[in-house]
Design a protein around this ligand. Sequence first.
Ligand SMILES: C[S@@+](CC[C@H](N)C(=O)[O-])C[C@H]1O[C@@H](n2cnc3c(N)ncnc32)[C@H](O)[C@@H]1O
Length: 432
Amino acid sequence: MSSRNTRTRPAPRPAEPPGVPARRAALRLLDAVLRRGLALESELEAAAGKLAPSDRGLAHAIAAEALRRLPDLDALIDSATARPLPHDAKARSALRIALVQALALGTPPHAAISTVLPLVDGGPRKLVHGVFGTLMRGGAALPEVPTLPPAAAERWEAAWGDSMVGEAARAIAAPPPLDLSLRDPADTAAIEALGGESLMPGHVRLPAGASVPDLPGYVQGAWWVQDLAASLPARLLGSGAGKALDLCAAPGGKTLQLAAAGWEVTSVDSSESRLARLAENLCRTGLSAEVIAADLRSWEPGAAADAVLLDAPCSATGIFRRHPDVLHRVRPALVAEMAALQRLLLARAARWVRPGGRLVFATCSLEPMEGEAQIEAFLAENPDFALDPPSSDAMPADVGIDPRGWLRILPGMLAGQGGLDGFFIAPLVRVR
Ligand SMILES: C[S@@+](CC[C@H](N)C(=O)[O-])C[C@H]1O[C@@H](n2cnc3c(N)ncnc32)[C@H](O)[C@@H]1O
């Protein structure tokens, strides 16, 4: 028998105690965002097959809350160590995970630390245990309003002033509400069954934490999940009167709105996996659209459209409440890279609008380079287009229309009712 056949396999890793796989996954997620600059959501999707759904949910909750609270967690850790731990040290991330559970997520301290210590086995276990114990005995607490990472705070202060930075910090202190867009805004039975608050026709706001598939009307496709701010770009196109192109369409909230409003919709996106979610959403709601998987840098439509919506890829800093990784990994170089792609896509999208037709450009970004500066440059180069602002009555209370004709949605808007995602939306018309 050859030696290859007699070689013994390495012993399988012993099963970890309950609770540890979720914390190990949370540690990997933090590392992916903070050290490798990757998006939390895509890392979570990549981990999907390797974790039980409940562990995946817990890992996401721990990592996201640690990212919301990172500067305050680090300040606590630094207050209890003689010499600061390196920012990418495993011990620091293990402590972040233990502390955020004990101080923000309601995990009993003994469970928070006992499920984290195996992550530093063979390493600084004693240090992690000691720092955690010192902080707990000393009555450590996190501030009511989280501290934003300095790079994001400085960038936003320069763009919007210091009160916006305070509002952004308050916006991550509590989980954002759940917004639903109704397939039929006149469906009073669906609105009554859901309860909640309606801030615009066809909108229902529920408190955070609801289990989406268990809500009334989910199976019947009576609504879909969509932040109120994210619903505004398609609302600006009004009721359907012809052909609409939804560009960068997946996972499809705006396609559903346009189809429900009567447009004959063609939806284009380059991501097959995100388009699969769009197809599921169309199927659940019984709405229809032609769906095309293509890169918009080379795709061309057969004919000009009456309306074009470009919900362009961007830094996504406006959705920092649900995706707090953007607070840490978005840097000016990424914003500039996304702005260059938007400029190219916008120039192409503009060519596909018929004279007299409308074009809406939107980004879920709080960076002026992906909003105001983008549209000013576009208008300077495209005299066939003009801004076409809606009447302010058509917008939710608190959402003002900029005198220049676009909508800039900042974190403080509707703060008393749960807030809004940050957005930039430019409604344009092709005048000739
Ligand atoms: C902001 S998201 C779109 C959200 C979507 N409009 C909605 O309401 O659900 C941006 C989308 O742009 C797509 N995208 C990025 N680059 C693209 C390209 N070159 N061509 C086509 N789609 C692209 C991404 O796959 C992503 O789905």
